[in-house]
Design a protein around this ligand. Sequence first.
Ligand code: FMN
Ligand code: SF4
Length: 410
Amino acid sequence: MNAQQPSAFGPLKIGPITLRNRFIKAATNEGMAKGGIVTKGLSQFHERVAEGGAAMSTVAYCATSPDGRTFTDQAIMDDASLPDFRALTDAVHKHGAAACAQITHAGSFTFLDKDTLKTSRPLSASGGFNKVGVVSGRFLKKRMNRAEMDVMADEFVAAAVRAKEAGFDAVELHMGHGYFLSQFISKLYNKRRDAYGGNIAKRMKFPSEVLGRVLDAVGKDIAVVVKFSMTDGPKGNQIDDGMAIARQLEADGAHMAVLSNGMNVDSITAMFGSSLPKAAAKPSNPLIGLAMKVQAMMEPKEVVFRENYLRDLSLQIRGATDMPLAYLGGVQSLDGVEQAMGDGFDAIAMGRALIFDPNFVNDLQAGSISQSGCSACNRCVTMMYTPGGTSCIESKFKPDPKLNTIGAST
Ligand SMILES: Cc1cc2nc3c(=O)[nH]c(=O)nc-3n(C[C@H](O)[C@H](O)[C@H](O)COP(=O)(O)O)c2cc1C
Ligand code: SF4
């Protein structure tokens, strides 16, 4: 550790909040909002992470509106959910950690059926063929007009305000992985010829506008974090785009960026740094099972995991901006943590290491462990849509499916 390098176990200020250390539980779709209810199971999942030492736990996929869901079993940041979200944030705060709500909209990456979705076609930056529609049956998407963009921006603001009311300390705007805001940023999805399409500055214009409005609405009270994909895969955004995105987020005043990579449909192994498993858990919804099979067929085979697999890309982003950055991608050991801190990142975001063992941070700090037992097999990804929700098949921490049917506040 060099003299200037802060300790990963020391505090970090992001925007108006101070975290007790620099470890953040990355959003990992918990699959514990059955019927859209914020359940006791979801609350317990994040409470365990808080108890286990991380400074902030990110609740994945809180949809900005009913149409913003990918699947019906996802939570919506609406008034009805506030008491349950409040119970969840209370549980996290009890252990001295902060709670972050990942607020997002699916855009065209949705499997909602035609009776559920309000619009006849899912909305996106551009219209035309919808890749995910091959499985969902929604073959066409609709190019949004300015009035629809206004409604969407309003929904993001309203969701952030509700997150604050529910006791969240931060919101994470999802601008990556192929969800709605990244459908504007990505050259794979955005084919517009107006002020919101073309070069990366234009593709960032609408996401920047949403970020600015969210910052104005809640940025004095809670942290506003952005997660984005540094690259999209072979034909999409490349690292030059990623650097431009980071510079724009810094200019907009985002309090921190979480650096991810890849897109759900187009390049999922770029996100995980390892292959999807050949034998998957059986999801309750057969459509999801089919989507996973199709995806596994299309992705590169035998991608071999290496620790801190997004290091090279992330270092290029680090060189492009001075804003606080959370390193994400394959941190599995104290050495991996030290490397990311030595590289100049401000925080360490972890997904699978904390699914494997929510006590990982405490154990690292106590010196009782230096390496996670997670094998990066990605079988937890296939558990998301089972009745128990996201869990590690190898870990001793198992969710109780019964808790996934009752509201967190009941
Ligand atoms: C089971 C599972 C579900 C995930 N769901 C989400 C999600 O809802 N939102 C998101 O931004 N990233 C999601 N991710 C990606 C993680 O946030 C993270 O980018 C990825 O796991 C790499 O980090 P890691 O090597 O520390 O696991 C998910 C990852 C896993 C393993
Ligand atoms: S199932 Fe467990 S061991 Fe496999 S990647 Fe997920 S957390 Fe790691």
